[in-house]
Design a protein around this ligand. Structure first.
Ligand SMILES: [Zn+2]
Length: 52
């Protein structure tokens, strides 16, 4: 997952394929700048055995 500030949330969404976004409580910095991260972008991991 990646963390982004309010400015870069759109850029973060575009750099992942269909990510989920939530406000983060984790104390870290934005991937694109050094500001405090506000959002956390992540994937939900599916198990696709039933589709195989
Ligand atoms: Zn940023």
């Amino acid at each position: 997952m990646i963390w982004v500030c309010q400015t870069h949330v759109k850029k973060g969404v575009e750099s992942l394929r269909v990510p989920h976004v939530r406000e983060t409580t984790f104390q870290t910095t934005c991937l694109f700048c050094k500001q405090k991260a506000v959002y956390e972008l992540y994937y939900i991991t599916y198990t696709n055995k039933s589709l195989a």
